[in-house]
Every structure is written in structure tokens, then in C-alpha cells.
Design a protein around this ligand. Structure first.
Ligand SMILES: *Cc1c(COP(=O)(O)O)cnc(C)c1O
Length: 238
């Protein structure tokens, strides 16, 4: 059966939303990541936890910064611009990851702001980012997003188009850190994570941005270097 028609139902999330302070949730999630890495005979330090703070206000983010969390994810450039400059003045070693779909006309603002861009998925965006990096003299890490479940409504380049997109990104001198995916909702994610890991290996890429609140441990056992966790940390988004 092809990967885009798996029949495995997704298991229920094993950590229900809870009322504990966000710093306790952070410690629990970090411990779960470390345990999953250890089981997979990986180094826990090789997995970056990105706290996805989209929709959450500065007041919800501050306790995590105080607790030592430094990698954060936002979906929208405008929201990140509104929230992060002030926080970064106080916590200058913060790394900001833009994880949402990016319009080419926002490339310059994205490059000026972000330390990593996770949804590079088409030629026009590669070109816009290359130009923006030149203009801003800043080179955030880039993850190429793959539409791993071949879903028409999702961003990401097709598996078939990835080699060409990667070649373009490399020849435009983008710092390509690896691949990113968002597997189909409601299905067991493991086959998709395994496929993304294989494609990355085939292309000599070491970074793997995969795994969210419901499946980050699975992602870590299958090689994720960056997990993007929102609701399990901050609670449900409005
Ligand atoms: C919102 C978002 C996440 C975090 O999702 P949760 O299920 O809340 O952990 C991760 N990646 C992307 C691309 C997102 O848009």
C-alpha cells in the first residue's frame, strides 16, 4: 500500500491537557524527548525543542524564557514582528523559527527576523529568500518542506519535485539545514516520518524538522532533529 493511503489509526495523545504551569510542562516534554532519544540510541542534545508560541501572548512566553527555553516557533511574520523584538532584547540568545507558509513578498522581513525558516517549498520562494539574504546580509537556516502525504491542500513540494528544489536552493547558496514535514492529520505519523528521514538521508541532509504535540516522541525515535511543540506546552489555541 502506498504511503499516502495508510490505514493505521492514530493513537490517542498520551498526555492530556493539564493545568500545570507551563514550566512544568516544559520539563515533562523535555524529559520525554530525552527518553525517546535515549531509546533510539541518539544524543538528547541532538534534538532541539521548538516551543511553538503562535497565538500566545508575550506573558505566556516569558516564563519559558525565564526557565531557559530558547528556541521558539511562530507561523506568521507580522505576529513574530509584534512579539519578538522586545523579548529578544532581554533574551538575546533566543532563536526564532518561522514554521508557517511564507509568501515571497514577506521573504525580506522573514530573513531579517528569523534564525530558521522551515517552510521553503517552491522555486519562487527560494529565489526571494536568496535575494533577501543578500540584501539583509543574514543567512537563516532553511528547511525544505515536503508534502509527505501528497495532500492537495497542504504546502510543501512533492516528493518528486524535491531533488530539483534542493538543487535550486543549493545553487542559490541557501543554507539548507534539512527537510520539514506535516504528516496528514488523523493518521499514524510514523510511516511519514520514516519516509522523510529516508529522503533526507538519500540527499545527504542531516536536519529533520518533524513531530508536534501528539507525535514528537515518535518523530524523535525516527530521527527528528527539531520537534515543533505548541499545544502540549501552552495549552489549546483559541
Ligand atoms: C502550529 C504548528 C505546530 C505546533 O502544533 P501543536 O499540535 O500545537 O504542537 C507545529 N508545526 C507547525 C507547522 C504548526 O503550524
Amino acid at each position: 500500500m502506498p504511503f499516502h493511503e495508510p490505514s493505521l489509526p492514530k493513537p490517542a495523545p498520551c498526555l492530556a491537557p493539564d493545568d500545570r504551569p507551563v514550566t512544568e510542562r516544559l520539563a515533562t516534554i523535555r524529559a520525554r524527548i530525552d527518553k525517546a532519544a535515549t531509546i533510539a540510541q541518539r544524543q538528547p542534545g541532538d534534538v532541539t525543542l521548538i516551543a511553538v508560541s503562535k497565538t500566545h501572548p508575550i506573558e505566556a512566553i516569558e516564563p519559558l524564557l525565564t526557565a531557559g527555553q530558547r528556541d521558539f516557533g511562530e507561523n506568521r511574520v507580522a505576529e513574530a514582528q509584534a512579539k519578538w523584538p522586545g523579548l529578544r532584547e532581554r533574551f538575546p540568545d533566543t532563536r526564532l523559527h518561522l514554521i508557517g507558509q511564507l509568501q515571497s513578498n514577506k521573504a525580506r522581513e522573514a530573513v531579517a527576523l528569523a534564525d530558521a525558516i522551515h517552510a521553503v517549498d517552491r522555486s519562487s520562494l527560494v529565489a526571494a529568500l536568496a535575494r533577501a539574504m543578500e540584501q539583509e546580509d543574514r543567512r537563516p537556516d532553511c528547511f525544505l518542506q515536503v508534502n509527505i502525504g501528497d495532500e492537495p491542500q497542504k504546502g510543501g513540494c512533492s516528493i518528486a519535485d524535491l531533488p530539483a528544489l534542493l538543487a535550486e536552493a543549493r545553487s542559490a547558496d541557501l543554507p539548507v539545514a534539512g527537510l520539514m514535514c506535516l504528516p496528514p492529520a488523523g493518521l499514524e505519523a510514523a510511516p511519514y516520518f520514516a519516509l522523510l528521514a529516508k529522503i533526507a538521508r538519500d540527499h545527504g541532509l542531516s536536519g529533520l524538522s518533524m513531530g508536534m504535540s501528539d507525535d514528537f516522541e515518535t518523530a524523535v525515535t525516527l530521527g527528528a532533529t527539531h520537534v515543533r511543540v505548541g499545544s502540549a506546552l501552552f495549552g489549546a489555541r483559541a
